[in-house]
Design a protein around this ligand. Sequence first.
Ligand code: GTP
Ligand code: MG
Length: 413
Amino acid sequence: MPEEIRPREAMKGRAIICMLKTNIHDHKVYRVRLDELKALIQALGIDVVGEVVQTRFRPFERYCIGKGKVGEINKLAKKRDVQLVVFYNLLKSSQKLNLIQGTGCDVIDRYELTLEIFDQMASDNLSKLQIESAKLDKLAPFYKLAANIHFTHDRPFFHSGGEYGFRGQLREISRRQADIREEINGLMVEKKRQIVNRHKLGYPTICIAGFYNAGKTSLFNALTGERKPVSNIPFTTLSSKYQKRYIDSETTVLFIDTIGFVLDLDHRLIKSFQINFEDIRSADIVILLFEITDPPLTLKLKLGEGISLLRDIGVSIDRVMFVFNKIDKAPPDAEAIIEEQLSLTHYDIPWTTVSANQRTNLKELLDLIAWKLQELKNKPPTPAEPIPPTLVVEDPEKITGDPDPEDESEEET
Ligand SMILES: Nc1nc2c(ncn2[C@@H]2O[C@H](COP(=O)(O)OP(=O)(O)OP(=O)(O)O)[C@@H](O)[C@H]2O)c(=O)[nH]1
Ligand SMILES: [Mg+2]
């Protein structure tokens, strides 16, 4: 099998991160995104030893970044003994292949990085299937492209060498993709049946959603007395957890802990994990949990993307509550920061602060849930609303690395 299409071994060692910044006026937000990328890589035990950022209003077709920058990465990688380059931008298969050849390193984008972390954290069958499916969907076109190039240029005889065998492997990948899809669809039907059954029991469902590490499981444990695993490794929770508890003398609710969000969450991931997101979509109330310890710009970004993601999943804003966790570590002006950020949303969303670890303000949170449930009984929810322009910091689509087709022949001068 050609070198570039061999399955990658578990990632380790040292990495360089790279971003093509398409918003030339952005001098701060890209930093938040790069820092998050760095944190995700470090969670895999990989050291980030270099960073390359290029600013251009749209990506180059060949490498996403310019040819000069590829050479720069190649030199830097040799100098610092780097084996991996991680792109923030989403790469096309051809760009990935060109970059592997141009940099002399393995190259992945942030979508593959997220899948790699999921892979390491997954323990249940459904999560493993969803991850395998997403990985195959991403890698199959890359394998095909790499094989086409290899067998077109290098074959001494038509269909000689390993080509027949390789075509067989590609067919095997397609078969596996179809099998997994069928299996997941079956599980989806089962999941929807479970949701319907839970609703029949009559308990209102309260789903705790939010970015990874916000403290969703910590809050779930604090509220229900459960002891589900908690850690500062991203995506500790992949499959949903459920537990009942009473919130006042008359009402028992079902709390649900879910998979975490990540900034610029790829829509393919939402699709791959739709079974998990079904819990969020079908909940009576969604608690969108944030860390008050995040810097204000990160908080602003997460508020905007959090609302936007819930809308994409199909949650009406009427069902949402904001909860700001980790007040035990909050800066002194935390409440003022929250007020300021919330004023930008133009939504009148109820909110409160808690510390899941210290169990602070849990009673206030339960009262807010009881009030919200009462309010929902009296008022049917309205459909999802468009996201206010003040919250759109930068269109994530602009940094997908998919250039305009007209840009095909373009190259750095
Ligand atoms: N200081 C402080 N740390 C907290 C609090 N709640 C959670 N944490 C810490 O935040 C980290 C993440 O907590 P988790 O509960 O695993 O977060 P999560 O949102 O479930 O994360 P994922 O499952 O990865 O999406 C852990 O190190 C917790 O100890 C809190 O109230 N205060
Ligand atoms: Mg968790």
